[in-house]
Design a binder for this molecule. Structure first.
Ligand SMILES: Cc1cc2nc3c(=O)[nH]c(=O)nc-3n(C[C@H](O)[C@H](O)[C@H](O)COP(=O)(O)OP(=O)(O)OC[C@H]3O[C@@H](n4cnc5c(N)ncnc54)[C@H](O)[C@@H]3O)c2cc1C
Length: 352
């Protein structure tokens, strides 16, 4: 008997929730569970600052509605964007797209959310006994991501305009986002981690034709894994995984924060539903499959966009890995897979 089978399914009335990880997802799930009358404990200490985040309209709508913030005070101090310029693919011309978004200091936002939590939410360094554990602390991927690509990111001086820009080169894409106060965020996606990230990013800014929008290239550049990833572990008896701890989107989507919020909302609804007597296996199965379906859509979008823009051997490799993951997922959709929780159910579980 494996570990998952040994965990008892919390039944109706189980009302203790421990949330590990106080980022956007963990705080949102803690808020909703507390509103639903659960005894909620936030576990652990934040270990890394949240970066600047570009919040699109859909994400802002979810955030402000869930946190009951109709005046959007949570976005105070943010930099308003009104449009995007996108040049995608060899020989393409730039396209201007109206796109309302706000760039916020992610850490400031998370701090503001934490201050808005009901006082009934407890804090603890060590996990208390709980009926439900919600894992919202981002950790190294336990199963492989769908690809090897990395994101290079750094801040640079640039004019505080209201337009973000994105353009492709032969090696990947480059994004330039003003964040206000004469600064901006520069990002580049590439399938091969470069030896000299700062030099590579400076070259890519020029190759993308974006040199005129950046006063000087970022002096300090961070390199991070950026291929999409979905955890095989999503919903188990007594345990749900949310946010970046379960799903990572390719940054090209621009909606990672929105998805993190949605997983938190869905997880809180699942826990409430089971407490209120709805069939636990059905709700956990729904959570598992819903995330699988969202990931499938995301991978499909990545394949379409990247196929249209890149044909280098390295990008062909990324596309091959993506296609293999999509094929595997489709096969699972048509296979009845036995599992410790969802025996006999169709699902879209593992991507790899
Ligand atoms: C560089 C970068 C740029 C991004 N830009 C955008 C963007 O512009 N727009 C957008 O929509 N999305 C963006 N995203 C994605 C977005 O940041 C995430 O999807 C979202 O913040 C995930 O929220 P989360 O709460 O799941 O995770 P996180 O915000 O990472 O929060 C996890 C929390 O858990 C804590 N933690 C970690 N380990 C432990 C532990 N052992 N115990 C307790 N706590 C722990 C962490 O310190 C953190 O507080 C970006 C991501 C990155 C990495």
């Amino acid at each position: 008997m494996n570990e998952v089978r040994a965990i008892p399914m919390p039944g109706p009335g189980a009302d203790r929730v421990a949330v590990h990880g106080a980022g956007l997802a963990g705080l949102t799930c803690a808020l909703l569970a507390a509103r639903d009358g659960f005894t909620v404990t936030l576990v652990g200490t934040p270990s890394a600052p949240v970066p600047d985040l570009v919040l699109n309209e859909a994400t802002i709508a979810v955030l402000t509605r869930v946190w009951d913030d109709p005046e959007e005070r949570l976005l105070d101090g943010g930099h308003q964007l009104t449009g995007r310029s996108v040049r995608w693919g060899r020989d393409a011309a730039p396209v201007q797209v109206p796109a309302s978004a706000v760039v916020v200091d992610g850490q400031r936002l998370v701090d503001a959310l934490e201050q808005r939590l009901p006082t009934a939410v407890r804090r603890a360094e060590v996990a208390p006994a709980a009926d439900w554990t919600v894992r919202a602390a981002v950790r190294p991927a336990g199963n492989p991501p769908v690809g090897r690509r990395v994101l290079l990111a750094g801040h640079a001086p640039m004019p505080s305009t209201a337009v973000s820009r994105m353009a492709t080169t032969g090696r990947g894409w480059v994004g330039v986002v003003p964040v206000g106060n004469g600064r901006g965020l520069v990002q580049a996606m590439t399938p091969v981690p470069p030896d000299d990230p700062a030099g590579f990013l400076a070259e890519e800014i020029e190759a993308a034709g974006l040199g005129g929008f950046v006063t000087e290239p970022p002096p300090q550049v961070t390199v991070m894994p950026a291929a999409p990833w979905l955890s095989r572990q999503r919903a188990e008896p007594g345990r749900l995984h949310i946010g970046g701890a379960v799903l990572r989107l390719d940054p090209v989507s621009g909606s990672g924060a929105g998805h993190a919020l949605r997983t938190a909302i869905l997880a809180a609804a699942v826990i409430r539903g089971i407490r209120d007597g709805h069939p636990a296996a059905d709700l956990l199965g729904h959570y598992h499959r819903r995330l699988g379906a969202a990931f499938h859509d995301h991978l499909t979008g990545c394949a379409v966009h990247y196929r249209a823009a890149f044909d280098s051997p390295e990008w062909t490799g990324e596309l091959h890995i993506t296609a293999t993951a999509l094929t595997g997922q489709a096969a699972q959709l048509h296979t009845r897979r036995a599992g410790p929780v969802f025996t006999g159910r169709r699902d879209v579980a593992a991507m790899t």
